[in-house]
Ligand binder design. Structure first.
Ligand code: ADP
Length: 316
């Protein structure tokens, strides 16, 4: 089976227990939960039985070991996660507003996540990789950009493939090196997985189909637009397929896009057709939102298949 690799931040999430609770006053918290988009992605792929490894850095502290133990238990390759004494694992604190939005307090840039590097462990992991997944949000420092460039070049040299989940906010485009890095990543991308309006950050067209066609014309083979509870739409040279989302009670949306992407890419790498890949991905995305904590809803293949067999989909 093909091995996929991702690189970027590992952190823990700690959240306010109640909706509407503010961090401007003391209050009950839940967590720590293992997190970090690249870690969620790799954990979900591993739970589906795909060989998957992560390049990352954590502090030699409880938060770092919490993540490593979860990834190890779920079958991920943790050989390229370096542990640093004297550095702290990153944290994200989250409140849930009454209008459904979320508010974040981050400590990632100054955390051990910034110590990521192309060391011997990362090179060894990449030497056995067939696919590299890039997350736009992880490209916040020159170190991660460097690792991503190396990862892309390593898999492409071996005839492998690249997927890209931009997850990018417009203000991030002005970070040093970001535009160049995105241009480079897009020029190497085989599977592009924007969520909703992110597609238009990279295209001239103002309609979804036109924008997706532009991406295909650039040499990207597959575009999958994630649409939250509505599911996802898949574009390739043979046309457009809409796949409806599954009906669930959403408890916590964090991580859904990463679980969806991991499942879609894993099934794409297995050579499964788009309908099956989309169904499994929508199942994993839906299950992800049913639990508080970004990795707590991650399902195995047997679990997601059982969920799909007993669930109904909404309107596409
Ligand atoms: P992102 O987290 O990257 O913004 P989305 O919010 O579009 O991505 O979610 C990714 C996928 O997770 C969706 O395409 C869908 O399959 C699933 N999903 C997300 N939210 C829900 C929900 N409330 N109900 C059912 N499925 C969901």
């Amino acid at each position: 089976m093909k091995k996929l690799v991702c690189a970027g931040e590992i952190l823990v999430e700690i959240m306010a227990e109640r909706i509407g609770q503010s961090f401007r006053a003391p209050g009950p918290l839940v967590g720590p939960f293992p997190s970090g988009a690249p870690a969620i992605f790799i954990d979900q792929a591993a739970r589906l039985g795909q060989p998957a490894g992560l390049i990352a850095a954590v502090g030699d502290d409880d938060f770092g070991h919490l993540n490593i133990e979860r990834l190890r238990a779920d079958g991920a390759d943790i050989s390229a996660i370096t542990v640093h004494q004297g550095a702290a694992t990153g944290t994200a604190f989250i409140t849930y507003e009454t209008d459904g939005s979320r508010h974040f307090v981050y400590n990632i840039k100054q955390s051990a996540a910034g110590l990521i590097e192309m060391g011997a462990e990362a090179r060894a992991l990449l030497a056995g990789a067939d696919h590299f997944h890039v997350m736009g949000t992880s490209l916040f420092s020159p170190e991660v950009i460097e690792v991503a460039r190396n990862g892309i070049e390593a898999v492409k040299r071996r005839g492998g493939t690249v997927s890209f989940d931009p997850n990018i906010r417009k203000e991030m485009l002005d970070l040093p090196g970001m535009r160049d890095a995105l241009h480079f990543v897009l020029s190497k991308t085989d599977v592009f997985l924007p969520s909703g309006p992110e597609l238009f950050t990279f295209a001239e067209a103002t309609d979804e189909e036109g924008a997706a066609r532009e991406m295909l014309d650039r040499g990207i083979s597959t575009v999958v637009v994630k649409k939250g509870a509505q599911g996802a739409v898949h574009y390739d040279r043979s046309g457009r397929i809409a796949s409806p989302g599954f009906v669930v009670d959403e408890i916590d949306p964090t991580g859904a896009g990463d679980c969806f992407a991991a499942a879609f890419v894993s099934f794409w790498l297995r050579g499964e057709g788009p309908k099956r890949a989309l169904e499994i991905a929508n199942g994993c995305g839906a299950l992800a939102v049913t639990k508080k904590g970004p990795m707590e809803g991650i399902a195995s293949l047997a679990e997601v298949e059982a969920f799909i067999a007993t669930s109904r989909t909404g309107a596409p």
